[in-house]
Design a protein around this ligand. Structure first.
Ligand code: NAD
Length: 251
């Protein structure tokens, strides 16, 4: 499927978390088409299907991004199989239940924060260390519009994604002179598993999200933004938060 000698990511090694579904799947496929060798990481088992689709320029790793040892093994896999790490897409996450703040119990808080916030921290911790070993790279974190504006009944998820925003900005400053760029994409409402959409399916015509463009975003539209941030085309871009939200946060 991919040709590692050509494309906007030619010669690069990428790790994509949440690669089994939605935004991560679309991004792993696009990165591979653009010449990257890709470590596809997920907890679902579906990462193997994505690797089968890509071919021998990808490997699957079964991980829980909230576990330090799993994340260390994921980054080691990139170094061992492909010789280093250039691009890390910290994208795995889930929304959790929606309710008024006082109705969230402690376990939900711990679970949502463990994956959506701690998972990104662990990815950056191990991934940036690997990038420094191989001369620099690009980290892209999946935050959310929920990390930029208040969203009713999503206090815990929004707090976790707000944390991702600040991890992104501060790490960008920490490594600005060392060749590691750190940026975030902030999806609006995207038609993925998280929203009830299966790969390849189209949203029902009567289910219109409250976005100015009056349609769902598609995973491929997030993958395109991640590709820009992963590639050398964004070589002077770090610490930015890129909404890909059909205008949701423009209001
Ligand atoms: P998705 O459910 O299609 O994909 C998420 C993937 O993450 C799944 O394959 C899942 O198995 C994996 N995952 C979940 N927990 C994991 C863990 N502990 N370890 C490893 N993998 C794990 O949803 P998506 O919309 O593609 O979500 C991708 C990211 O985009 C998430 O961080 C999500 O919060 C964010 N996001 C999505 C939307 C949206 O509307 N879909 C909006 C804003 C932000």
């Amino acid at each position: 499927m991919s040709d590692e000698k050509t494309g906007r990511l030619a010669g690069k090694v990428a790790v994509v978390t949440g690669a089994g579904s939605g935004i991560g799947r679309a991004t792993a496929l696009l990165f591979a088409r653009e010449g990257a060798r890709v470590v596809c990481a997920d907890i679902s088992g579906k990462e193997k299907e994505v690797v089968a689709e890509i071919g021998d320029t990808a490997v699957a790793v079964h991980v829980d991004v909230s576990r330090n040892d799993d994340v260390a093994r994921m980054i080691e896999t990139a170094e061992r199989e492909f010789g280093g790490l250039d691009v890390l897409f910290n994208n795995a996450g889930f929304g959790g239940p929606r309710r008024p703040l006082a109705d969230f119990d402690e376990q939900i808080f711990d679970d949502v924060v463990a994956v959506n916030l701690k998972g990104v921290f662990l990815g950056m911790r191990h991934g940036i260390a690997a990038m420094l070993r191989s001369g620099g790279g690009s980290v892209i974190n999946t935050a959310s519009v929920a990390g930029l504006v208040g969203l009713k009944h999503q206090a815990v998820y929004a707090a976790a994604k707000g944390g991702v925003v600040q991890l992104t900005r501060t790490a960008a400053l920490d490594y600005a002179t060392q060749g590691v760029r750190v940026n975030a994409i902030c999806p609006g409402m995207i038609w993925t598993g998280l929203a009830g959409g299966e790969p390849g399916s189209t949203p029902p015509a009567d289910l219109i999200p409250p976005q100015p463009m009056k349609r769902w975003g598609m995973p491929e539209e997030l993958a395109a933004a991640a590709l820009f941030l992963a590639s050398d085309e964004s070589s002077f871009v770090t610490g930015t938060l890129l909404p890909v939200d059909g205008g949701y946060t423009a209001r």
